[in-house]
Design a protein around this ligand. Structure first.
Ligand code: DQA
Length: 224
C-alpha cells in the first residue's frame, strides 16, 4: 500500500539512507533526495530501514541537482522498491507530459504521488497559490507548494490557501522557505498541511529555513 497522507507525515529529508536509524525516533518517513545522492538506485536496493520512503529526484530547474537525462526513469525504477511508498513529481513535469509514464508506473504499483511546485523567488498571490495547489491535486494524492516568503503577509497568504483547500477536502502540503517563512513549517500543519520536511542534522538542510528534525517534531507535536 502507498504511503498514506490522511494525517501529518514528518519526512526526514536526506541524501543518505544511512540516516534512517537516526531519523526513526522523530520521523514518519524518509524523503530520499535521489538527486543529491551518489548512486541512488543502489542505495534504494540496499535499504533495510523501517521508515517508508518518499522518493524525490528533483530537477535542476526546480532547485535540485538531477541531470535531465534519465531523471524520471530513475524515479520510475525507484517505485519498484518495496519501501518506496510515494514519489514526488514536479507539477511542471506532469503538465508538459514528460511524467506520464512514471505517473502510470507509480499508480500501477500503488505508490502514492506528491505533485510539487516551488517558488524560489517569492510568494505568489493567494489566488495563484490556490490555483496551483488545486491543479496539482488533480494529479496527485498530495499537492505540495513551497514558496519563498519575505513578509508575514506572504506567510499569512500561504496559510490561508492551505486552510481553504483543506476545508474543501483537498490534501495539501505547504511551507514557506527562507527566514520569514520558517515558522510556517511548524504552523502550516495546524492549517492542514500534510507533509513537513526536516534534515536529521541541521547542516544537511535541503531547503532554506528548515528546522532540524528533532526541533520540527517537537514544535509540530506541541502545536498540534
Ligand atoms: O520540496 C520539498 C520541500 C523542501 O523544499 C522544503 O522547503 O522543505 C525540501 C525538499 O527536500 C522537498 O523536496
Amino acid at each position: 500500500m502507498g504511503l498514506q497522507f490522511d494525517s501529518f507525515v514528518l519526512a526526514a529529508s536526506t541524501a543518505a539512507l544511512a540516516d534512517e536509524p537516526a531519523a526513526r525516533e522523530h520521523a514518519d518517513a524518509i524523503e530520499f533526495r535521489m538527486d543529491l545522492a551518489d548512486d541512488p538506485l543502489a542505495a534504494l536496493e540496499a535499504y533495510d530501514g523501517e521508515l517508508p520512503i518518499l522518493a524525490t529526484n528533483r530537477a535542476v530547474w526546480e532547485g535540485g541537482k538531477a541531470p535531465a537525462e534519465g531523471r524520471l526513469e530513475a524515479l520510475a525504477e525507484a517505485t519498484a522498491v518495496d519501501a518506496v511508498g510515494a514519489i514526488d513529481l514536479e507539477l511542471e513535469s506532469i503538465l508538459d507530459g514528460e511524467a506520464t509514464a512514471v505517473l502510470e508506473t507509480a499508480r500501477d504499483r500503488d505508490v502514492s504521488i506528491v505533485a510539487s511546485a516551488h517558488d524560489f523567488e517569492g510568494t505568489p498571490s493567494r489566488d495563484a497559490m490556490v490555483r496551483t495547489l488545486t491543479e496539482a491535486g488533480t494529479y496527485a494524492d498530495v499537492a505540495k507548494l513551497a514558496v519563498t516568503a519575505e513578509s508575514t503577509a506572504d506567510t499569512l497568504a500561504l496559510l490561508s490557501a492551505t486552510e481553504q483547500l483543506t476545508a474543501r477536502g483537498e490534501s495539501v502540503a505547504t511551507m514557506a522557505m527562507g527566514d520569514a517563512g520558517r515558522h510556517t513549517r511548524a504552523v502550516a500543519p495546524v492549517y492542514g498541511s500534510k507533509i513537513g520536511y526536516a534534515p536529521v542534522h541541521p547542516a544537511d538542510a535541503t531547503a532554506p529555513g528548515q528546522y532540524d528534525l528533532e526541533t520540527l517534531a517537537g514544535l509540530v507535536t506541541r502545536l498540534g
